[in-house]
Design a protein around this ligand. Structure first.
Ligand SMILES: C[S@@+](CC[C@H](N)C(=O)[O-])C[C@H]1O[C@@H](n2cnc3c(N)ncnc32)[C@H](O)[C@@H]1O
Length: 271
C-alpha cells in the first residue's frame, strides 16, 4: 500500500479515536476536520437518522457515539439465528440492534480498527445486557473471519473511508455465505461528480471525499460476485453527495465466477 494510503488510514483512526474519547467524556470530539456525525452536520449524519423509538431503546453512550449516515439494520432484513457482521462498528449501536434482532441463537460481530471505539462498543454492549456480540479488532480490507461464515453484512458510513474499496468488497463476498445479503448505509456521489469535485465538498475523514460514485459502487459489487445490486439515494449531505442505501446478494465469489480475486496482504487476527 502506498504510504499516502497508510497516512490517510491513520488520520481516520486518529479522528475516530478522538470521537470515541469525546463520547467517553475524555476529549473534545471530532475537531476541526469533522467526522461523520459531527454535531454541525445536524440531521444528515448520526443518531438523528434512527427512528425515535429505537433511540429510546439504546444505551446513551451508543446513541451519542453514532456517526453513521442511516440505520443499516432497518434495511438488512435480519432473521432469528442469523450471523451478522457490522463493518466499522464504532460505538456499537448497530451491533447491539442486530444482536437483539437475531436473538440468542444468532450472533452479531462488530469489526473496527480503532481501539478506543472497540472499548466504547464493548462497554455499550455490557450496558445493554447483550451477550451474543463479539467485537473484533481489524481492518475491513482484511476481515478476520473465515470464508462463508456470515449471513448478513451491514455497515454504516464506513466503506467511503476505505483506501482500498475493491479489497473491502472482495472481503465481504468472501465471508458471506452463498445467498448472504449486504445492507449498507454509505455516502455515495452522483455519477456527474469527478473525484476532485467530491473532494471539494468535504474531507476524507468526514466521509465525503472518499465516496464512490453510484456506478462505481454497482460495478464494484458486481465484480466481487454480487447480484441484485441496488444503490438508492436517501438524503443529500452536500451538492450531489447522498446518504444512500446499498443492497446486494452474494451469489458467487469472484473466484467461483472466474473473476480476478483481490488478495488482502495478510489477515489481522481477532482480539
Ligand atoms: C463514521 S464512523 C461510523 C461508526 C458506526 N458505524 C456508526 O454508525 O456509528 C467510522 C468507523 O469505522 C472505523 N473504520 C474506518 N476505516 C476502517 C477500516 N479500514 N477498517 C476498520 N475500521 C475502520 C472507524 O474506526 C470508526 O469507528
Amino acid at each position: 500500500m502506498a504510504s499516502s494510503a497508510e497516512e490517510l488510514r491513520e488520520q481516520v483512526r486518529a479522528r475516530y479515536a478522538e470521537s470515541a474519547r469525546a463520547v467517553a467524556g475524555e476529549g473534545d470530539g471530532c475537531g476541526s476536520g469533522g467526522c461523520c456525525g459531527d454535531e454541525t452536520e445536524g440531521e444528515r449524519f448520526g443518531w438523528a437518522l434512527y427512528a425515535a423509538e429505537q433511540r429510546g431503546e439504546r444505551p446513551d453512550a451508543a446513541v451519542r457515539a453514532s456517526l453513521g449516515c442511516g440505520n443499516p439494520t432497518a434495511v438488512a432484513d435480519l432473521h432469528e439465528g442469523e450471523t451478522v457482521l457490522d463493518l466499522g462498528s464504532g460505538g456499537g449501536i448497530d451491533v447491539i440492534l442486530s444482536a437483539w434482532r437475531v436473538g440468542p441463537a444468532g450472533t452479531a460481530y462488530g469489526l473496527d480498527m480503532t481501539d478506543e471505539m472497540l472499548a466504547l462498543a464493548r462497554q455499550n454492549a455490557r450496558d445493554a445486557g447483550v451477550a451474543n456480540v463479539h467485537f473484533l479488532k481489524g481492518l475491513i480490507e482484511q476481515i478476520p473471519l473465515p470464508a462463508d461464515s456470515v449471513d448478513v453484512v451491514i455497515s454504516n458510513c464506513v466503506i467511503n473511508l476505505s483506501t482500498d474499496k475493491a479489497a473491502v468488497l472482495a472481503e465481504i463476498s468472501r465471508v458471506l455465505r452463498p445467498g448472504g445479503r449486504l445492507g449498507v448505509r454509505d455516502i455515495v456521489a452522483e455519477n456527474r461528480l469527478t473525484a476532485g469535485e467530491r473532494a471539494e465538498r468535504g474531507s476524507h475523514v468526514g466521509c465525503v471525499a472518499g465516496a464512490l460514485a453510484k456506478t462505481e459502487y454497482e460495478a464494484g459489487l458486481e465484480a466481487a460476485g454480487f447480484e441484485q445490486v441496488t444503490v438508492e439515494f436517501m438524503h443529500e449531505v452536500a451538492d450531489g453527495m447522498h446518504g444512500a442505501i446499498v443492497k446486494a446478494v452474494r451469489t458467487a465469489t469472484p473466484a467461483e465466477k472466474g473473476l480476478p480475486v483481490v488478495q488482502p496482504a495478510a489477515r489481522a487476527g481477532c482480539c
